[in-house]
Design a protein around this ligand. Structure first.
Ligand code: GLC
Length: 549
């Protein structure tokens, strides 16, 4: 069992770490079945070490019927055969540690799969049994209980309740699922649930995991009266702000994080916990990372900010103030497996609600080249900022959002749970291109791929970019190297006076200029360390440059 931990970067490595998200089903497929797996990840870890990141976060690879790409877990302490074995997980962690990379695994405590033994036992135990209290079962409304207990909606569309049929064939109560019907929510007021998750954390910490990314860390506590609630259909974030929301961002969750923090602290090697908490404003999200709670929270306020100089500066200042206010590092993230890849997200004319993608019938389809230019400029803003940053697999290759995925190849539950077939998150989950002229671009030895890869991805393949000056891959490598050399993660920001639609700030001895205007602007200073596009004398539109200050 791998217990060796990598050499510390600093005692609290997570404060400045750049963490790379591996989405295992789309990273590298060693078995050839078209779905990425753990041996595939291990075989490509060198790529990440060369890229220069500090840690890897792996999306779920646990046993799962895969109704929500593994976020529907049927055994938290085993690997799904689709991804390999526990021995493969051990080998991955050991190899990552050899390369100096820390490993963060995903834990999904809001819900399990309906195939989990815990839920199956709850069903089988019958009405009134203690096992039912592990999940949120309630009688329906109306004379014969035929209406759901309240009006809550699933994040993937449709009602958040499904009615069960008891063993004797009579209609039973309903269970809550804020996501798919195969993802029943736990009842965290039941100490039995908390005890089981203590065991899950210890299981992976004992195997050498350096931390956890906590799925839906804003959703575990529900108002016990389960009141009706009208959701914000655009999910613009407003609905995450209130303290009395019946299920998002309730104060009762903090007790759980204090308990988890104590477990993490009881291990050596500075283990870290990061919240996926869709909570606004940032001052509220900062409550998730108070000194005795989690170490980090994804900065979704930053991710949701449009490409606009005033808004960008405001969210950077707001983030630094909010997180510093509780002694936590700011984090920065532009892309992940739930959102449109950032070159495209920042280029659509109308922002799309969270979890909603672009597809063949979408009218608003950004052009690839200008979107990539903007995406690269955004990346060089993010990687200059103090704190910790998250990079989503494939962004270092400049991958576009995959738009033309045919309906019959789509996998995201959103597409199937909405009557009009809303495009979900498949477009950011397409398997990576590694080699320009290999089957499935080197993703899989057989050429199989669980989502189709666009033919144009040959030009984005890692093999087509390694050592190529100006390629997106080389830009990321240079940025990560310079970030480390200039200790940007530990720096402080000072804003320099700038002209309209240009951001100008200094971190340590690096001055960063970002041109968000439509025109090219003069470039003060010529000692260029790195630029997102060629510069000489002027700074083109949608370009970021790092200068020696
Ligand atoms: C999180 C995950 C997402 C998943 C959902 C339900 O938001 O990032 O992929 O569908 O939780 O587990």
């Amino acid at each position: 069992m791998p217990t060796q931990t990598p050499a510390p970067m600093s005692p609290e490595w997570w404060r400045t770490a750049v963490i790379y998200q591996v989405y295992p089903r789309s990273f590298a497929d060693a078995s050839g079945d078209g779905v990425g797996d753990l041996p595939g990840v291990t075989s490509r870890l060198d790529h990440l070490a060369e890229l220069g990141v500090d840690a890897v976060w792996l999306s779920p690879f646990y046993r799962s019927p895969q109704n929500d790409a593994g976020y529907d877990v049927s055994d938290y302490c085993d690997v799904d055969p689709l991804f390999g074995t526990l021995a493969d997980a051990d080998a991955l962690i050991a190899r990552a540690h050899e390369l100096g990379l820390r490993v963060i695994v995903d834990v999904v405590p809001n819900h399990s799969s309906s195939e989990h033994r815990w839920f199956q036992e709850a069903l089988a135990a019958g009405p009134g049994a203690a096992e039912r209290d592990r999940y949120i079962f309630r009688a329906g409304r109306g004379p014969d209980g035929a209406e759901p207990p309240n009006n809550w909606l699933s994040m993937f569309g449709g009602p958040a309740w499904t009615r069960i049929t008891e063993a004797d064939g009579t209609p039973g109560p309903w269970y809550l699922h804020l996501f798919d019907a195969t993802q029943p929510d736990f009842d965290w007021t039941n100490p039995w649930v908390a005890d089981r998750f203590d065991e899950v954390l210890r299981f992976w910490f004992d195997r050498g995991a350096d931390g956890f990314r906590i799925d839906v860390a804003h959703g575990l506590a529900k108002a016990t009266s389960l009141p009706d609630y009208e959701v914000d259909p655009l999910r613009t974030g407003g609905e995450w702000a209130s303290d009395d929301h019946p299920y998002w961002g309730r104060n009762e969750v903090h007790e759980i994080w204090r308990r988890w923090r104590a477990i993490a602290d009881s291990y050596d090697g500075d283990r870290a916990l990061v919240a996926e908490a869709w909570v606004t404003p940032l001052s509220k999200m900062a409550r998730w990372v108070r000194h005795d709670e989690l170490h980090q929270a994804f900065n979704f306020g930053y991710l949701m900010t449009p490409w606009d100089a005033i808004e960008l500066r405001a969210v950077i200042d707001e983030s630094l103030a909010a997180f510093e206010g509780v002694g936590a590092p700011s984090t920065w993230v532009l892309s992940n497996h739930d959102t449109i890849r950032h070159p495209f997200r920042l280029s659509v004319k109308e922002p799309l609600p969270h979890n909603i993608g672009i597809g063949p019938k979408s009218a608003d389809r950004p052009d690839e080249a200008p979107a990539l230019a903007r995406g690269r400029a955004a990346t060089l803003v993010m990687l200059a900022l103090p704190g910790s940053a998250y990079v989503y697999q494939g962004e270092e290759l400049g991958l576009p959002e995959a738009i033309d995925i045919p309906d019959d190849a789509r996998q995201d539950p959103t597409f199937f749970r909405t009557p009009e077939g809303v495009y979900g998150r498949d477009g950011c989950r397409v398997p990576l291109p590694w080699e320009a002229d290999a089957p499935a671009f080197g993703f899989s030895p057989t050429g199989a791929s669980w989502l189709p890869q666009p033919a144009s991805w040959a030009e984005y393949a890692a093999s087509a970019q390694v050592g190529v000056e100006g390629s997106t891959l080389e830009m990321y490598k240079s940025a990560l190297r310079l970030r480390r050399e200039h200790a940007l993660g530990e720096g402080r920001i000072t804003w320099n006076e700038s002209i309209e639609d240009v951001l100008d700030f200094t971190v340590g001895d690096v001055r960063v200029l970002v041109n968000l205007s439509d025109e090219e602007v003069p470039l003060p200073g010529s000692d260029v360390l790195l630029a997102s596009a060629p510069v000489s004398g002027t700074l083109p539109h949608d370009t970021t440059v790092w200068l020696r200050a």
